[in-house]
Write a protein that binds this ligand. Structure first.
Ligand SMILES: C[S@@+](CC[C@H](N)C(=O)[O-])C[C@H]1O[C@@H](n2cnc3c(N)ncnc32)[C@H](O)[C@@H]1O
Length: 234
């Protein structure tokens, strides 16, 4: 599949699962995904009134989480799937509406000037972009010097036993649940599989560094099946 085809495939897949995306997420993680998002936001630690970009914002969980953590922030969510953005806009609590903005666009070529943001987040999405390195460079471009980027995603557990258990859940149970609750078994078969070719946690930290981030590191959670990577624009 070439890169244009992959982008279109991913966009169409998320359009299909958008209506029940939030419910499926909560069920598959037992509600833990919201706790992981709070950890990611804590790691970003944005100062009051900061302009934050949430890449691949989907239905807006990180955008709303950021605004709950500090209502003075100005948060822009960008995503290339219109039905996911429609849900985000519909979910925006009245209080958050003024400070939350949702925009349709591809994170590999964003419609923002250089150094437009004081921080950036991304949740469960880096695996899905066509080119991870190009995306990391594009994120750096829109961050002001000193600003942080925090990326929350599933990862490959280093412990063999843990990995076996996780693989069973992720590759066997998730597609079945995704079919029943999320409405598309095919989509929830693709999503776990997108981890197979994704770098493991230490490799991804390296890719952050190679792209130009400094102080790159990661926080493993749940035995390393979840990782929060971070880095700063020099
Ligand atoms: C698994 S969802 C994650 C949504 C949200 N960040 C969350 O934490 O629940 C992945 C999202 O990435 C979006 N996406 C994937 N590739 C993209 C790209 N190149 N540009 C913009 N959005 C993209 C999809 O449309 C989808 O909404």
């Amino acid at each position: 599949m070439n890169s244009t085809a992959k982008g279109a495939f991913v966009r169409e897949m998320f359009a299909r699962i958008a209506p029940r995306y939030d419910l499926t997420n909560r069920m598959m993680t037992g509600g833990l995904d919201e706790r992981w998002r709070r950890r990611a936001i804590k790691l970003l630690a944005p100062p009051p009134h900061a302009r934050i970009l949430d890449l691949c914002c989907g239905t807006g969980d990180l955008v709303f989480g950021l605004l709950r953590s500090d209502p003075t922030l100005e948060v822009t969510g960008i995503d290339f799937c219109r039905p996911m953005l429609d849900r985000a806009e519909a979910r925006a609590p009245k209080a958050a509406r003024g400070n939350a903005q949702f925009l349709e666009g591809d994170v590999m070529a964003m419609p923002f000037p250089d150094e437009a943001f004081d921080g950036a987040t991304m949740g469960f999405s880096l695996r899905n972009v066509v080119d991870v390195d190009a995306t990391l460079r594009e994120i750096l471009r829109v961050l002001r010097p000193g600003a942080r980027f925090v990326n929350l995603d599933v990862s490959k557990a280093p412990n063999k036993r843990f990995k076996q258990f996780f693989d069973l859940y992720f590759y066997r149970v998730v597609p079945v649940l995704g079919g029943i609750v999320g409405g598309s078994r095919e989509a929830y078969r693709y999503l776990p599989n997108s981890l197979i070719h994704h770098p493991n946690a230490p490799e991804l930290r390296e890719r952050f560094t190679r792209a130009g981030f400094v102080d790159a590191g990661y926080l493993p959670l749940v035995g390393g099946t979840i990782a929060i990577h971070y880095g700063r624009r020099p």
